[in-house]
Design a protein around this ligand. Sequence first.
Ligand code: SF4
Length: 187
Amino acid sequence: MKYAGIIYDDTAAAPGLSLSFYTQGCPIHCPGCHNQDMWDFEGGYDFTPEVLNRVMDKLVENGVLRNLCIIGGEPLCKQNTEMTKMLCNCVRMAYPDIKIYVWTGYTLEELCEREQSEEDIHNILEDLDILIANPFDISKRDITLELRGSSNQEIYKFVTEEEFADGGKTFGFERPNVYYPYVIKGE
Ligand code: SF4
């Protein structure tokens, strides 16, 4: 399991203060990707228990809760799902109030399909709060967008059944008993 780097106090990735964790390796290869140095699965650094412990400490350093932003590279390709799951599970258990953001080049439909057979994907989707999905499309590049690099990318907020409003069902991703995503783009 490899990661590319960590920004401990990041004010650019998401609203508020974040710890941004960059996974190493991406099989999607979007033309125009800004992080091409993170495509190589042989690059980066080993993800060790010491790194995980440091992330856990830094997320709450000085009593300030940060978001956890998991970016790539591709956090949800098969090579990286175990590491992403470990991060999400540890943070969700230790710090329930921390918001977890995950960026991926996969679509939500692809992830919903994969979670049927990949437990790690299922666990990640249970733990995260915000998913930014779809591959970067350079023809739709827009630097004014919040959280996204191109307008085809979608932001999904994952909510509990109790939080779920009826309107969310119109997006067609109703999921029994676990969680329901709905699009918050434009909020
Ligand atoms: S999925 Fe992300 S890291 Fe991978 S090529 Fe596309 S933009 Fe780059």
